[in-house]
Ligand binder design. Structure first.
Ligand SMILES: *[C@@H]1O[C@H](CO)[C@@H](O)[C@H](O)[C@H]1NC(C)=O
Ligand SMILES: *[C@@H]1O[C@H](CO)[C@@H](O)[C@H](O)[C@H]1NC(C)=O
Ligand SMILES: *[C@@H]1O[C@H](CO)[C@@H](O)[C@H](O)[C@H]1NC(C)=O
Length: 200
């Protein structure tokens, strides 16, 4: 990773692989050294990736081809035990000066129930590298939870069929938390990863 926000690049795959069989192979190359950028025009109760993780014990190094992560991520988002965490991933494409939606988006209604589910893409690309999973698996992403990782390379590869993808894209990540009464917490998280999709 990098000096600041680092995290769920892996989850990109989730969107792009969902429901696909074999087809054209692609690679997503993050274009910013810091990997994560803020969502534009977000209100003050929408936090960026630093509102989700303290990354001071991790490094995220990219050569713009692959990303090597090592160290720890500590959860800092002020949610409560038992909250339901909903995550959305939305892929946008940069076209003639503006960001346009694509067909690739996915909403995971209950992240905590599937954080270490081996069938999930984020397991393959991220949570399988968490060394202390047995200690933290019941805490989901409650504040103070520290994920200790083995060093891993994040190569964001995916396949789709149908229309071809290329050029500049961004993957927008949105996290929302809901209390037992179904009421949304007063802060949410939004951050983006901007990069170039390359056909292999
Ligand atoms: C995230 O938000 C914090 C607080 O508003 C700010 O200091 C920081 O520069 C922002 N951006 C990133 C990428 O962390
Ligand atoms: C990660 O956390 C562990 C346990 O707290 C600690 O021993 C280790 O030094 C941390 N790693 C880094 C890079 O800070
Ligand atoms: C959100 O609610 C908590 C109490 O649940 C409060 O301490 C905090 O100041 C509120 N934050 C915002 C941004 O309104």
């Amino acid at each position: 990773m990098w000096s600041t926000p680092k995290f769920v690049c892996q989850l990109l795959i989730l969107i792009l692989l969902e429901g696909q069989s074999s087809a054209i192979k692609y690679k997503f190359n993050p274009e910013n050294e810091d990997i994560f950028t803020d969502c534009p025009n977000k209100p003050s109760n929408v936090l960026n990736v630093s509102g989700l993780f303290d990354t001071s014990e991790s490094t995220f190094k990219t050569d713009f081809v692959s990303v090597r992560f090592s160290g720890n991520l500590t959860c800092v988002w002020n949610i409560q035990p038992g909250d339901r965490i909903q995550v959305s991933f939305v892929l946008n494409r940069f076209d003639r000066g503006t960001w346009q939606p694509t067909v690739f988006s996915i909403m995971v209604p209950d992240l905590c129930s599937a954080l270490y589910d081996e069938e999930q893409y984020w397991y393959k690309y991220w949570s399988k590298y968490i060394i202390n999973k047995e200690q933290v698996k019941d805490k989901c992403i409650l504040p103070g939870t520290k994920f200790i990782h083995e060093t891993f390379d994040l190569d964001i590869l995916f396949e789709t069929q149908g229309f071809p993808l290329n050029g500049q894209h961004k993957l927008v990540h949105i996290f929302k938390a809901f209390g037992a009464n179904g009421v949304e917490r007063n802060t949410s998280i939004c951050f983006e990863i901007i990069g170039e999709i390359q056909r292999l």
